[in-house]
Design a protein around this ligand. Structure first.
Ligand code: MG
Ligand code: ZN
Length: 221
């Protein structure tokens, strides 16, 4: 069997598993967000800031993907929420079956919001539907302002882009308007946030955005 067909089969199998997850999330009205970025863009830090601000109001849980270690899940558990770590053993993405296994293992009960932190990678996770409501792509200002056009797949699939570490802007070369232009070209109706979890700039707007998405999910029966 040619490699391309095998990849097609894997993605078809994944799509089936993702569809059943999507039904389950719809029944429970759980908002599910899939966070994707390069390693070190600040996914876990953004989740920490988000969870700290929402945990008293909503039932939250997280699933973290990494090729090794439980570190990210441990950081989120430290905030008092349930988190399951998926160790992919080298694989550079999460798939829908791993999510359903983690859900069974985590036994989270009925959730308002499930955060999925994908493996740090801008390419592979793009192709794998996890039954989520939306993909959130992060780009830190230290990564360079050419990334959206270099990784058009994820920037066109993600309905939301978050520019992180904006407190470092004075120290790096990062043309933010060029980045916004690239992102808007790839995803004309998407949302762009800019924030720093270190200074807190932009975090309030981000939290409002998540809250609004949660409300939308509740009214979309
Ligand atoms: Mg992380
Ligand atoms: Zn992969």
């Amino acid at each position: 069997m040619p490699t391309l067909d095998i990849k097609q089969n894997i993605l078809q199998e994944n799509a089936k598993a993702a569809e059943s997850l999507r039904k389950q999330f719809a029944t429970n009205k759980t908002l599910v967000l899939n966070f994707i970025s390069s390693p070190g863009s600040g996914k876990t830090s953004l989740l920490e800031a988000t969870i700290a601000r929402l945990k008293d109001k909503y039932r939250l849980a997280a699933i973290d993907g990494d090729i090794a270690t439980e570190r990210d899940a441990d950081r989120l558990r430290a905030l008092g929420i349930s988190a399951e770590q998926i160790s992919t053993g080298g694989a550079c993405h999460l798939d829908a079956r791993q999510i359903s296994t983690a859900l069974k293992k985590g036994n989270f009960g009925k959730l308002d919001i499930l955060f999925i932190e994908n493996v740090g990678n801008l390419i592979c996770p793009t192709s794998y539907d996890l039954g989520e409501d939306g993909k959130i792509v992060l780009l830190s200002v230290t990564e360079g302002d050419d990334k959206p056009f270099k990784y058009p797949g994820i920037f066109s699939k993600a309905d939301t882009a978050v520019i992180t570490k904006i407190d470092l802007l004075p120290h790096v070369r990062f043309d933010e308007s060029a980045v916004n232009e690239q992102i808007t070209t790839l995803r004309p109706n998407g949302t762009i946030h800019r924030l720093s979890v270190t200074t807190g700039e932009g975090v309030e707007g981000w939290i409002k955005f998540i809250t609004q998405r949660f409300q939308n999910k509740q009214t979309r029966a």
